[in-house]
Design a protein around this ligand. Structure first.
Ligand code: LLP
Length: 418
């Protein structure tokens, strides 16, 4: 969690007082700091590229806003995409197909055809997908995702690398599937794992790398020489005050050392989403209601799990502060709850806050990863705005949806209209 400055009791974000942003653009609103975004990209890229040829493939599922993609494109990032929609968004933002790796799971033949027609490399998830892909196009360069039997993550819902996972080619079938791919005429470029998301320790990445190295060497013995090893994403970030941060330089050094010592492979790919975008963004939401039930106190705000689902869905912690009473002594503990008609609709629970009142601007920290990208229209609430700040200047990068958009793709059969 980052610390922020304040001026006259108002929190400053990216050089702009948060109250000014809330007044100008309305709430709820996601606000992203361009300077921090560029810094995060450079940190993670540097941590790996100072040791060997390293490509960052930003996992754009964390945030696919075109302005964010454009910034990362200008930094030289690549992309990890999971759907044709993500691929097309990245192309629109200026990425060329060779900078995108498509790692789908349970994807249709239509989607595989569309992705390969665009010239994007597929990271194959199963033997079934391999056979289907072979019928779509011959001689494609591909990579394959294996299930390393090592998992890590902030919640069971996001651990992906354990044995028996729905993701990847089971380890026991990996060599067989690579050999089959060779027989089918594919050009075998790489091997990939993704152990999960938001793990806080380096060790599981190293365990997964052990598996990748063993597999790479086994494949070499079988006449298959790979160009890259892709360790996936999953670098955790600190969401709580004083929480230690995973050392990305140590991670980069250890993983690249292992590859350089254990294989002939010359390139590593890494797919961070959260690390790059998480702490670049806050969600500003306005307090509309304060309630003391005698049992519990509530701060009612205009963002619910339609806007930020992580607390309700994963029980995730996001730090919260009142932006216009920054640094003031806290008076009592409150749950911060939204306008969605479900008891599970909370952004934060049991938080000490300084005398919340209607009109206050509540700041939800570290909302950049899987914040806007997982928001929805539940309760028929339009998606909110996004703003980019850069050294004191704030710009709208996504407008709020007009209410008509909720009905745009719907049809009422004529027989129902009187
Ligand atoms: N690569 C692959 C193949 C992935 O599936 C993912 C995330 C990543 C990279 C990036 O992981 P990251 O570096 O962001 O941890 N919605 C959840 C996270 C789901 C992650 C899904 N896959 C959350 O809000 O925590």
């Amino acid at each position: 969690m980052r610390d922020y400055d304040s001026r006259d009791g108002v929190m400053i974000f990216g050089g702009v007082p948060v109250t000014e942003i809330a007044d100008e653009f309305g709430t709820p609103v996601y606000v992203t700091d361009e300077v921090r975004l560029r810094e995060n990209y450079r940190n993670v890229h540097g941590a790996f590229s100072k040791h060997m040829d390293a490509g960052i493939r930003y996992a754009c599922k964390a945030n696919t806003s075109l302005a964010v993609l454009k910034i990362l494109e200008s930094e030289g990032s690549g992309i990890d995409a999971v759907s044709i929609g993500e691929v097309l968004s990245c192309l629109k933002a200026g990425f060329t197909p060779d900078r995108i790796l498509y790692t789908g799971v349970n994807v249709s033949n239509e989607e595989l055809r569309a992705v390969t027609d665009l010239g994007v490399m597929v990271n194959v998830d199963s033997a079934s997908e391999l056979e289907r892909l072979a019928k779509i196009k011959k001689g494609l360069p591909i990579s394959m995702r294996i299930t390393p039997g090592v998992g890590s993550g902030h919640s069971g819902k996001v651990i992906t690398g354990s044995k028996g996972s729905k993701f990847g080619i089971p380890l026991k079938d990996a060599v067989k599937t690579y050999l089959r791919a060779k027989e089918l005429g594919f050009d075998l470029k790489g091997i990939h794992v993704h152990i999960g998301s938001g793990g806080q320790t380096v060790e599981p990445f190293m365990e997964a790398m052990d598996v990748l190295i063993e597999m790479t060497n086994l494949l070499k013995e079988n006449g298959i020489d790979l160009e890259f090893i892709d360790i996936g994403g999953g670098i955790g970030v600190p969401y709580r005050p004083n929480e230690p941060e995973m050392d990305v330089n140590e991670l980069g050094m250890n993983l690249t050392d292992m590859i350089l010592e254990g294989t002939d492979v010359k390139k590593i790919l890494v797919e961070p989403g959260r690390y790059i975008i998480c702490d670049t963004t806050v969600l500003l939401t306005r307090c509309v209601d304060v309630k003391d039930t005698g049992v519990k106190r509530y701060v009612g705000v205009d963002a619910g799990f339609n806007t930020l689902i992580r607390p309700a869905f994963y029980n995730s912690y996001h730090h919260a502060a009142i932006g216009n009473k920054f640094g003031r002594a806290c008076t009592a503990k409150y749950d911060i709850v939204g306008p969605i008609c479900e008891t599970g609709d909370h952004l934060a629970q049991d938080r000490a806050l300084p005398d919340p009142e209607e009109g206050d601007v509540v700041v939800i920290y570290d909302a950049g990863a899987y914040g806007f990208s997982m928001s929805s229209n539940y309760n028929s609430r339009p998606l909110c705005r996004e703003v980019l700040v850069n050294n004191g200047k704030a710009e709208l990068i996504r407008d709020s949806e007009p209410i008509e958009d909720l009905w745009r793709h719907q049809r009422i059969p004529a027989r129902l209209i009187g």
